[in-house]
Design a protein around this ligand. Structure first.
Ligand code: SAM
Length: 376
């Protein structure tokens, strides 16, 4: 009781102090930001991930190019691990702008086949232009890799995925993936279906918003953010239709900490709006059965939630089932890991393409089906 009486005013004073400090620091940093911007117009006030929009809509594929390390060895690439051979058939389920696909096509030669899938019709259009020289051996499908089962695909030698978003998504403010510039709060890979981020936020309860910010953005302040969003929605009755409106609310609420939180908030929204983890779960469930014997499956992921799912699924498939009685292998594994540890870009690649810095690549190969059971 006494503790309660003493603690309440102290907590109130502490929270006032936090508010004053936040606002003082926010004002200080805003002023500093303006002065820096005047001195050097191109200074990026946030992270290096955000760049001025690239009007040519380029995307540098990750782990595609060969880099020679100081030791003289060549750093592993998607191709050195998945080892595409002439005449093979490949599915690239995240075609993007076709960067990795071109590398596969060059290796499988004129008798090989490539099937490219992407959820984004705008990227499909760009990829079609780039893959024009190989059009006779390429099939391009607008679709989501969550629906692999219903796409009527053949069995293949390689199944490849390079998850997440492409550079044009970030560079084109009209897509709503970047908070650096104003644009519609959309964040969908596929603008032909589903709810935009703005619509999605408006339809979410405070509890689910808080869960999303916590689970997908790893935000410590998830409860406070969900609460201010819901209060703002109730107050204005207009929702957040633009990236600038959401950013401004976050800046007002979190002051000088906003620049660190904004990437996490936008990442969380993107994962939720596109149900990225649900789609990956489906890919991990159905992708392996599309491989021929000897076929290879490889996935590049960009955040720990995705990488954990890939690692666990590949490990499970590459581990035989033990006989509980004898401890021996009862059912041998039908896959073998091609990457014991995740392959990450070398420092030279990260220096050239900072967006590659969080990439992790894992791969496995399908073994001959061994019907024989462990015999005592
Ligand atoms: C990192 S980019 C791929 C870039 C590509 N490897 C290249 O070199 O140009 C990821 C692509 O996957 C697409 N994508 C994301 N989730 C998807 C899904 N569930 N189904 C199909 N495509 C998806 C995005 O639209 C984006 O074009």
């Amino acid at each position: 009781m006494l503790t309660n009486v003493l603690c309440k005013p102290i907590l109130k004073i502490l929270s006032c102090l936090e508010f004053i400090t936040d606002h003082f620091l926010y004002t200080f940093f805003q002023a500093r930001k303006t002065s820096l911007a005047t001195r050097r117009k191109s200074v990026d006030c946030y992270t290096s991930q955000m760049r001025p929009p690239d009007k040519n809509l380029q995307h540098i594929p990750v782990l595609r190019d060969t880099f020679t390390l100081e030791s003289g060895d060549e750093h592993s690439t998607v191709y050195s691990i998945l080892n595409p051979q002439s005449e093979e058939t490949i599915i690239d389920v995240t075609l993007g702008l076709g960067g990795h696909a071109i590398g596969f096509l060059e290796r499988i030669g004129p008798t090989g086949k490539l099937i490219g899938i992407d959820a984004d019709p705008e990227n499909i259009r760009l990829a079609e232009e780039r893959l024009e020289p190989w059009k006779d051996q390429t099939t391009i499908i607008h679709g989501n890799f969550r629906d692999l089962q219903s796409l009527d695909l053949p069995t293949v030698d390689i199944l490849f995925a390079d998850l997440g978003l492409s550079s044009p998504h970030l560079d084109d403010a009209a897509r709503g993936f970047t908070f650096r510039e104003d644009g519609p709060l959309d964040l969908r890979f596929d603008r032909t279906r589903g709810k935009t981020a703005a619509e999605w936020i408006a339809s979410c309860s405070e509890k689910s918003l808080s869960h999303i910010f916590h689970a997908y953005g790893e935000l410590r302040e998830h409860r406070r953010l969900a609460s201010v969003i819901v209060r703002a929605l109730q107050g204005e009755k207009r929702g957040f239709s633009t990236t600038a409106a959401l950013r401004s609310l976050i800046e007002k609420t979190f002051g000088y900490r906003a620049p660190q939180l904004l990437p996490q908030v936008f990442q969380a929204l993107r994962i939720a709006v596109n149900d990225e983890l649900g789609a990956l779960g489906s890919l991990l469930e159905h992708g392996p059965s599309l491989l021929k014997t000897g076929g290879r499956m490889g996935i590049i992921s960009y955040h720990s939630l995705e990488d954990r799912m890939v690692k666990q699924a590949f490990r499970a498939l590459s581990t035989g089932t033990k006989d509980e009685r004898t401890g021996g292998i009862a059912v041998p594994a039908s896959f073998k890991l091609l990457t014991k540890k995740a392959v990450v870009p070398c420092p030279e690649e990260i220096a050239r393409n900072p967006r590659s810095r969080s990439a992790k690549f894992r791969a496995m190969t399908k073994l001959k089906i061994q019907e024989t059971r462990y015999k005592e």
